[in-house]
Design a protein around this ligand. Structure first.
Ligand code: AOF
Ligand code: ZN
Length: 370
């Protein structure tokens, strides 16, 4: 996309400030997008804000109220907002109405709102009210910040990253199953940030039976823990599993069993039967179901079998790999995939970020078709 000719030299710096406000609400806004807003006149900030938890005010309303509380009129100012202001009545009234009433001279946005209820209408209404609009400032950063919201709105399915920890030779467990701990403290704490930002943490029944994990968020303060999801073809979930403690768990299965479903319901679990043609859980169907149930981002933390199945079903958008500087020799790989004869058949990804975390490294690699 070519740059908007109305963009001014100072716009990117203010937009980055708005993006960092949005980044500050990373863990709390979903299913709504993370949005930041800064209102500026003559190089002075009049007000700023970010999206509040669902049902609460949007970023623009927070920023307008902030300016009002400081006694600073917004008329004639420039509003920087990381997402196109909404034009619809959702759980809250349209932000464009509040902006038009406040009469800034200009609104600068990073990206359009892919929500079909907005989708250009917000910008059109601002322009119709005589407010100058510039769009596309820091577009890539804004898209990355709300990759899951964009995915759900445009594809109908969440954005899924598969998290794994491995040695330099790509082993995620020893032949005897031991895997605690391949990576160090810093890498494990970072993993909790990714859990915390997701709408759902997904694992397989194999991991539940082997490790009895809690799958909750530690090391990160959050008021909105992600939902837990288990893929369990034969509905083997033990009613005593630790991850069933707390908020409702969703269990996807291929087996109709009213008795087991009732037993699990008593543990606050919802059983959803979605069999695929192969008699296992229909993975693309699960992704569509999650999209319909407001899930933007899925953090898959599973063993090699389920991770491999998700990859083969085309459900993985990104790999989040923590790699430790050690060699394990024999052991389980990161994802079980069919063997190939030719390198042309390799699943290829693109590194989007590489960084050190204590003694380990974190690799983020995305499917280039996304
Ligand atoms: C904005 N600013 O800060 C956010 C927006 O149910 P509601 O009223 O909260 O509306 C949710 C929708 O509003 C959401 O799907 C997205 O289209 C937009 N989010 N819009 O102007 C914000 N978070
Ligand atoms: Zn809004």
């Amino acid at each position: 996309m070519s740059a908007d000719p109305t963009e001014r030299p100072e716009d990117a710096a203010w937009m980055r400030r708005a993006l960092s406000l949005a980044d500050g609400v990373m863990y709390t806004t979903s299913p709504n997008p993370r949005v930041g807003c800064v209102i500026v006149r003559d190089g002075q900030v009049l007000g700023e804000g970010a999206t509040q938890p669902v049902g609460g005010p949007h970023a623009e309303i927070r920023a307008l109220r902030d300016a009002q509380a400081r006694g600073l009129p917004v008329q004639g100012a420039t509003v920087y907002v990381t997402l196109e202001p909404c034009s619809h009545h959702g759980r809250t009234p349209p932000c464009v109405d509040a902006l038009v009433a406040a009469a800034p001279a200009r609104v600068v946005v990073a990206m359009g709102d892919p929500n079909p209820r907005v989708n250009g209408e917000g910008l059109a209404r601002l322009r119709a009210a005589g407010i100058a609009v510039t769009a596309g400032v820091c577009l890539d950063e804004a898209l990355a910040l709300n990759v899951g919201f964009v995915s759900r709105m445009s594809r109908g399915t969440p954005w899924l990253w598969a998290k794994m920890a491995a040695s330099l030779d790509g082993r995620s467990a020893l032949p005897n199953g031991k895997s605690q701990w391949i990576t160090g403290e810093a890498a494990r704490a970072d993993g909790h940030h990714w859990r915390a930002r997701s709408c759902a943490v997904l694992t397989g029944i194999g991991t539940v039976l082997a490790d009895d994990p809690r799958l909750d968020v530690r090391h990160v303060a959050t008021t909105r823990p992600p939902r837990k999801i288990v893929l369990d073809t034969h509905l083997r979930m033990p009613a005593g599993a630790r991850l069933l403690d707390g908020a409702e768990t969703w269990i996807f299965t291929a087996r109709e069993d009213a008795g087991r479903a009732a037993e699990l319901a008593a543990r606050n679990a919802r059983v959803i039967c979605l069999p695929g043609a192969d008699g296992r859980v229909d993975l693309p169907g699960v992704m569509r179901w999650l999209g319909q149930h407001d899930i933007n981002e899925v953090h898959a933390e599973a063993g090699a079998v389920l991770t491999g199945a998700l990859l083969q079903a085309g459900c993985v958008d990104e790999l989040l790999v923590y790699m430790a500087p050690m060699l394990l020799g024999e052991g389980a790989g990161m994802a079980r995939l069919p063997s190939i004869e030719d390198l042309d058949g390799a699943r290829r990804f693109q590194f989007v970020d590489v960084r050190g975390l204590g003694p380990d490294v974190r690799l983020r690699a995305q499917d280039p078709s996304r």
